[in-house]
Ligand binder design. Sequence first.
Ligand code: 7TS
Length: 408
Amino acid sequence: MIGRELREQFPILNQNVNGYPLVYLDSAATSQKPHRVIEAVKKYYEWDNSNVHRGVHTLGSRATDAYEGAREKVARFLHAKSPEEIVFTRGTTTALNLVASSYARAVCKEGDEIVITPMEHHSNLIPWQQAAKATGATLKYIPLQDDGTISLADVEATITDRTKVVSVMYVSNVLGLVNPIKEIGEIAHRHGAVMVVDGAQSSPHMKVDVQDLNCDFYTLSGHKMCGPTGIGALYGKKALLNQMEPIEYGGEMIDFVDLYESTWKDAPWRFEGGTPIIAGAVGLGAAIDFLLEIGMDTIHEHERKLAAYAYDKLSMIDGITIFGPEQDRVGLVTFNLDDIHPHDVATVLDAKGIAIRAGHHCCQPLMRWLEVSATARASFYLYNTEHDIDQLVKALLETKEYFSDAIG
Ligand code: 7TS
């Protein structure tokens, strides 16, 4: 059950926007939430709400079980060895900042290297820029080929024995491509570097096995995978997490506190100071149950078909430029239409009830590489259908007509 039949489970999709049935094509920014995730959060607040890891009372144990149960679900979802390898964070941004601030700043020194790519989201770029500045390490970029893909020969040429960290996005939020993360990780490991994977755009859409990828760190954002906002996770190999210092101090992350010295709990709890995002974790757990029931391979295949359909239909529009490779695309298409500003395209589409994103997509260096200031992007998820793409194509043709009339 996917596509059209699933739509009914997402209450928000059942509405008119500006007089038209909503066509939601902005799931790469954030996904919509099924009834069951909304209900899980509601039930938690109506029935189990309490603080975790402290109360001996019944609600306290229920809340703790729900929170730690959600950690187990994330661990299973990513095929981590144990729930202790899962740190709850606010999302991918916080997770990557944690690795850059705690791990990289402790490990890197002058002359060392941090390697990333020019296609990274700002969340996987600025934390490394800042870590490099703070430690004297050099920030290096694996160059992109003409179609935006990465060649392993370039990876080999960029990573050296001075490289301490390699951090690359699994799926690009602009180019719609999947990077060869496992192979990049093998090269990183051969040089003694750790492999960090920005999984913000892969986790919602495909099966991920962190043990098979053999990455050292991996991130996800709950809100992009049918879960609530404000919750995400960092996977880290246990030995690495336990070697890292916390970056936030306070309640619940400690083992022993004295007037002048304190010690920390083991990972992951040492990174979760203060009252955690309990209801968010419960919602993320429900989202994972939902996704796994449908099956990540089914979701991936549905989106792969939609992406291919969208690519074919959109490329027939005169004056369109589609960015990224033609083959092996995941569920998004980034494009520009003639020289109409993408914000104008998105505004005209919104007037027809179609939600797409326009702008730099938090990838300014990539926009410069593409030689554009902004692009439009339609992104798909398990509730989208070919009909949504037909609506998009029809609206884009009308947009073209509207602007040519306005100019003519
Ligand atoms: N990494 C990638 C690859 C992303 O696409 C995003 C968000 C992030 C990191 C940050 O995730 P957050 O949950 O911490 O905010 N990407 C987008 C996007 O493409 N449009 O809006 C947000």
